[in-house]
Design a protein around this ligand. Sequence first.
Ligand code: TXA
Ligand code: MG
Length: 317
Amino acid sequence: MTSSSRADSTDAISQAATFLRDGKLVAFATETVYGLGADATNAEAVAAIFEAKGRPRFNPLIIHVPDTEAARSIVAFNEMAERLAAHFWPGALTFVLPRALDCPVCRLAGAGLDTLAVRVPAKESARRLLRQAGVPVAAPSANKSGKVSPTRSAHVADAFGDEIAMVLDDGPCPVGLESTVIDLTGSRPAILRHGGVPAEDIEAVTGPLDTPEAAPNTPSSPGMLLRHYATAAPLRLNADKARANEALLAFGPDIPSFDGTTLNLSTTGDLREAAANLFEMMRQLDELAPAAIAVMPIPETGLGAAINDRLKRAAER
Ligand code: TXA
Ligand code: MG
């Protein structure tokens, strides 16, 4: 059974921070809802979040940091971000901004996109955890896919049991719904998801907001949550061998003999490792500008479903 520990104990916070640094999953209270956290710089730990949530696809996650300064090393701040941070952080407002140069967050946490969502939570125990962990923490709401976001530690412990290392219990969440997500990459800010900070309060600081439809990072078609990362080179899926002008994205120990560039998502056929490598390797292959990328079949079980979802979306053009 997962240990659920009170966040008012210093030992519990140190233990949780150690788990995070060791690549384990820790659920923790924020003022909005409980988050399911992992070290955002560790792609395998982030893959474990998707595995535990049972999501059939990779959605970009919110990156949690203890203060504005830490946020600036992850995303490229602009004037609007500075102004909003001064007014609303710490708090229930999440900024979408371009990744900073030398951003340490793994590509999987941002689902391969060039932007990241970042926030400084208001709950003191969460910020103490983030400070002690010393790494940015990727955390979606700590519910199984398709279920409502948890506002009490018991919800989390019931849903995940020993799939996670620890639940850091800090009572019921005072806000009780998720943070507001605001896109700050366009000429005017635009709300992508309504949440804990009302639009009117934001507008009082920023002036008129853009309509979500005009936001650069808004969903581009119904049924699709977000723009997604796609390679410039076309992908050829379920390939049993690669052609001369292709690069090969392989999976598993048995790969066809091939003279061209080959990257293997996981030589042992481990889906968590493959998920952790997916977006990095798509980018690496793309940089070589091959005529096309041949992708070996990936099993549709566990994280394989999310990997195949992304590959299919990237292959559609
Ligand atoms: O209150 C909250 O926001 C909670 C706590 C734990 O912080 N977290 C949360 O995370 O609700 P999650 O993963 O359930 O929701 C993240 C939201 C999604 O709507 C996602 O599409 C959006 O943030 N998002 C993340 N990265 C994005 C990006 N680069 N561009 C646009 N939207 C993004
Ligand atoms: Mg959620």
